[in-house]
Design a protein around this ligand. Structure first.
Ligand code: AHG
Ligand code: MN
Ligand code: MN
Length: 336
């Protein structure tokens, strides 16, 4: 195989002078290790008897799956050893986590993550994922404060996801484009299979949970109505629809063949701002989508411009192929 391994890719990035990738390389190596362990835990779930739900609810008020907690523990352990991460925020932890044994010197980072995205799919053998975002720890101190995590998405220095699908794929950006690596299970090594991923500006495929139609705001209903009208409608083209119910799988599909993904604010989720979480779902995916030439918005502002006020804050999400995002967003500002 003449594809570079993840380690060889980092050497290449050094030669290309992409300093942010070089800076993130050790951290990304640890994340890659975590994702390999998570892939194995998911793969073994039915055999190990870990596919069930727990009695517990997470801070989102959602019933936790056993694997939500297992994947959370794996991610924390694998990323705590090197000592360069000061604190972590996870979907599965109400409060942020302070890493106990940190190195005494060097830049410190904050790691924000959704350890198991799409966990309702895990026991029906449909793709799930892990999403992560990296921020600088502003204080540089061993004890980050909650406010240190409340940075807008444009402050991210790295973001990525692992998709546990027909193969395990790790996709990330450090601000130098988007690259995807497939896990070779024979050698337990990631190889670069999806260099410089780009999202086509135009698409005729949308992803939304249509069963929520009656709860959406009028601009989103109008956008989808027009998609459904096909060639005869305002878009002038027929649309196809997909809904996996794993954001990672949807965004990966969009990176590979285009599309627009929406989880808009709706009347049930209005008071909480939407369904998807800003810090560890919407922001990292926005960074990736933007680096691949796509766009992302809450409907009212660019996702990465939102100033967070709480760790588990939620937002409306419209992201993917640029021209469709622009069209959907324009309806939110339109008076007609
Ligand atoms: P999680 O499993 O981490 O809670 O995330 C699930 C999210 C997202 O991945 C997906 O797009 C959406 O929830 C699915 O929601 P519905 O079940 O409402 O369609
Ligand atoms: Mn999720
Ligand atoms: Mn999750």
């Amino acid at each position: 195989m003449n594809k570079p391994s993840l380690a060889q890719f980092f050497i290449g990035e050094q030669q290309r002078g992409n300093v942010s990738t070089v800076e993130m390389a050790p951290l990304l190596e640890d994340i890659a290790t975590a994702c390999k362990e998570i892939a194995l835990a998911i793969n073994q779930g039915a055999l190990q008897g870990t596919m069930g739900s727990l009695d517990a609810q997470n801070v989102q008020g959602e019933t936790q799956k056993q694997l939500d907690v297992i994947c959370n523990d794996i991610f924390i352990a694998a990323n705590s050893k090197r000592g360069n991460i000061a604190g972590m925020v996870s979907e599965e932890l109400e409060q942020f986590y302070t890493v106990p044994h940190q190195s005494v010197s060097g830049e410190k980072y904050l790691l924000l993550f959704d350890p198991l995205d799409g966990s309702s799919n895990v026991n029906v053998n449909i793709s799930v994922g892990t999403i992560f975002s990296v921020l600088r720890c502003p204080t540089g101190a061993p004890h980050p404060q909650p406010k240190d995590f409340l940075q807008a998405g444009k402050q991210q220095i790295c973001a990525g996801y692992a998709l546990y699908g027909t193969s395990t794929i790790l996709v990330f950006t450090t601000g130098h484009g988007v690259n995807g690596f497939t896990l070779d299970i024979e050698t337990n090594t990631f190889f670069l299979t999806h260099p410089n991923m780009q999202i086509a500006a135009d698409t005729n495929e949308f992803a939304i949970n249509m069963s929520n139609y009656r709860f959406w705001q009028a601009p989103m209903q109008r956008y989808i109505d027009e998609c459904l009208e096909g060639k005869a409608g305002a878009h002038g083209k027929d649309f196809n629809m997909r809904w996996v119910a794993s954001m990672v799988a949807e965004i990966h599909r969009i990176l590979v063949r285009g599309g627009v993904f929406m989880y808009p604010i709706d009347s049930r989720a209005k008071s909480q701002g939407g369904k998807l979480r800003l810090l560890y779902e919407a922001n990292p995916m926005s960074f990736i989508v933007g680096q691949a030439g796509g766009a992302s918005s809450t409907g009212y502002q660019d996702i990465m411009d939102v100033t967070p006020t709480t760790l588990h804050q939620r937002v409306g999400v419209i992201m993917g192929s640029k021209n469709e995002v622009i069209r959907a967003v324009s309806y939110h500002s339109s008076k007609h």
